[in-house]
Write a protein that binds this ligand. Sequence first.
Ligand code: S3P
Length: 173
Amino acid sequence: MIDQNIFLIGFMGAGKTSVGKKLAKKMGLTFIDLDEALIIKFGISINEYFAKFGEESFRDEETKMLKETISDLKINNETGVISTGGGLPCFNSNMEQMNKNGVTIYLERPAKELFHRLVNNRSKRPLLLRLNEDELLQFITDSLEKRKLFYRQAKLILNREEQGINDIVKRLQ
Ligand code: S3P
């Protein structure tokens, strides 16, 4: 079985956390959700973090959290499945950092599908919180276009047809 960390990347709503949890269980690896780790570290929600300290500070903290997670796994001699926030691969050379330290998997979903998955799940996401439906679709389309440049540097790109955990495990072998 795989002895490298697995980093799940992709836009908000792509399913990184749920795929990550299933994958970790199936492969017997440690599961880490970087957003969750930040919430625990600071004792406040992502919304509250953005409101108090702003996005730039959040990007620095998520980068730190990524580095700490990679080094903790190494120290403990563990392999992890790490689910990342949607923006993480697009800042501070994080994509390079992940590609150096494991297998990156991009869960690629079309903008329309992401819209349907996010339209009723805006409230915990500071970047979407105040957008109406039209603005949401526009935001997804525009930022996906920019973020793709980073996401597509992943070692594996999984599209809609390959959502099954068994498919993913097969692709990793
Ligand atoms: C963000 C995605 C969120 C979270 C924050 C910013 C982004 O994570 O990190 O709200 O910039 O795309 P999810 O992708 O898990 O929603």
